[in-house]
Design a protein around this ligand. Structure first.
Ligand code: 99T
Length: 206
């Protein structure tokens, strides 16, 4: 299988962390690819008409995207406990937690694209609105989710840790003007522990 990859993509990181945790990372052949909303990369578009990474090319030529589909597929390739619980409330809770983490990333990526625009095209209210979503999501994690991240390793902690790692990479000390850890001691302590896992260390972007 070929994984279209960039070291700075948190969506790719989520996929890779799960692959490490599942013991199947060696089955992925990494294809380095730079994706941009304004510079068309034909190699990526040939596989994913949305021009985004990650995209996973299977051995039979089929292509899977986006990251949520890829992690669900990889979860079928190992014999251990599923990273996405199979059914019941745990299934939907895990998918919702992944959606929350990916939503932090979606907002962060919009902010990132916003600040890399030519200065006269930057829309501050847009940036602030996206940042507020990130703050609200982080506050929710701090208030009510840290316990649920601390149990078995599922897609929930993997997705949240990938998102927090991206905030460190691109928004160091700049989530509403501060480190995202400020005022969120439980989330910070959880992340410090989870970041020490070999899967996280092996996929660190910096
Ligand atoms: O938006 C584009 O055209 C190109 N952007 C991407 O491909 C980003 C790379 S992260 N990936 C996505 O937006 C994927 C989102 C999708 N819902 C998924 O796979 O879950 C690059 C971040 C960085 O380098 O700062």
């Amino acid at each position: 299988m070929k994984l279209f990859y960039s070291v700075t993509s948190p969506y790719v990181r989520k996929v890779l962390v799960l692959a490490h945790e599942a013991g199947i990372v060696d089955r992925l052949e990494i294809v380095a690819a730079t994706a941009s909303p304004i510079e068309r990369n034909e190699a990526i578009f040939a596989k994913n008409p949305l021009g985004k990474i990650p995209a996973l090319v299977l051995d039979d030529g089929r292509v899977l995207f986006d990251s949520r589909v890829i992690v669900a597929y990889l979860d079928t390739l190992h014999d251990g406990t599923p990273f996405i619980p199979a059914d019941g409330p745990a299934h939907f809770d895990a998918l919702t937690m992944q959606a929350l983490a990916d939503g932090i990333l979606d907002a962060a990526l919009l902010c990132r694209y916003e600040i890399t625009r030519p200065a006269e095209k930057v829309w501050e209210a847009w940036y602030d609105g996206q940042m507020e979503k990130i703050v609200s999501a982080l506050d929710m994690l701090e208030a009510s989710a840290v316990e649920s991240l601390s149990g078995a390793v599922t897609i929930s902690p993997i997705a949240v840790a990938s998102a927090l790692g991206y905030l460190d990479l691109r928004f160091k000390d700049n989530i509403a003007g501060a480190d995202w850890r400020t005022g969120r001691p439980k989330l910070a302590a959880w992340y410090e522990g989870f970041s020490a896992r070999p899967s996280m260390v092996a996929t660190q972007p910096n």
